[in-house]
Design a protein around this ligand. Structure first.
Ligand code: NDP
Ligand code: 8X3
Length: 250
């Protein structure tokens, strides 16, 4: 049986991926900052697979390494890492963007992903196998108005994904990124700092992706035969053509 560590498992894409992996018999290490949600998930999913939870902030490098080093023996071999934790903070032009928002996006989406990866890659190298899925975004392929620093953070994820592919290939480790377009999760609620009305308008008038759609694709990617590595994948809702064109009410 395989074991997967999923960051950002308390909501959205990460949470749906936990459910989908459980259906496929993949044991789970679920990570996030909200212990109540982690405990609830553990209670539900441990009827099907073994579940361990780790409550830490990916920005806190000491905590990242301490938590991953503390894994019990039965969870210490990690076959799959889903680097999913992340968010946008704000949607402002570069001239008025807030330093706190910029720090949050670069610290979580880029440095947090790197810390978690650094804690796990040595295990995969010694196993001579492993699979890292990096959750990027269409914002990592294109830059859109007011997206500036969020787009920069996701362009960094795209570059890190490619760098991991090059450096880890010699160890038999699979690496790939999935870059979604608009997925209805708590993403916009976080971006707009709890302004749920504004968040809802992002998904008004068209059928957005659901977190289950991305979880289904992640599961497809990790269940390919070992000689198949899906390296890079952009996924849109049908109504979305690129990062700025969404055809509403058609
Ligand atoms: P959600 O807001 O629903 O989920 C974000 C997850 O990240 C939560 O589980 C949250 O857990 C975790 N997280 C956030 N900050 C931290 C932190 N500092 N430390 C640890 N965990 C953290 O959003 P999505 O599911 O949509 O986002 C998941 C990923 O998908 C992100 O990387 C996002 O950029 C990407 N994405 C999303 C798209 C969308 O349209 N929704 C499109 C393209 C990419 P907790 O708060 O408990 O810590
Ligand atoms: C999330 C999708 O278009 O809001 O990464 O940047 S978008």
């Amino acid at each position: 049986m395989k074991t997967a560590l999923i960051t950002g498992a308390t909501s959205g894409i990460g949470k749906s991926t936990a459910y989908e992996f459980a259906k496929h018999g993949i044991n789970l290490i679920l990570c996030g900052r909200r212990q109540d949600r982690l405990s609830k998930l553990q209670n539900e999913l441990n009827k099907t697979v073994k579940v361990h939870t780790l409550c830490f902030d990916v920005r806190d490098k000491e905590s990242v390494f301490k938590n991953i080093d503390s894994l019990p023996q039965e969870f210490s071999a990690i076959d799959i890492l889903v680097n999913n934790a992340g968010n946008a903070h704000g949607l402002d032009p570069i001239q008025t963007g807030s330093l706190e928002d910029w720090d949050a996006m670069l610290d979580i989406n880029v440095k947090g992903l790197l810390y978690v990866s650094k804690a796990i890659i040595p295990k995969m190298i010694s196993q001579k196998s492993g699979h890292i899925i990096n959750i990027g975004s269409i914002a990592g392929k294109e830059v859109y108005p007011n997206g500036n620093v969020y787009c920069a953070s996701k362009h960094a994820v795209d570059a890190i994904n490619k760098g991991m592919q090059i450096d880890l290939n010699q160890y038999g480790i699979r690496v790939g990124a999935i870059h979604p377009g608009l997925v209805e999760t708590e993403f916009s609620n976080v971006r707009f700092k709890g302004d749920d009305e504004r968040a809802d308008t992002v998904y008004d008038g068209f059928d957005p992706l659901r977190p289950e759609d991305i979880a289904d694709i992640i599961t497809f990617v990790v269940t390919r035969p070992y000689h198949v590595n899906i390296a890079d994948l952009v996924v849109f809702p049908t109504a979305q053509a690129n990062s700025t064109i969404v055809n509403k009410n058609i």
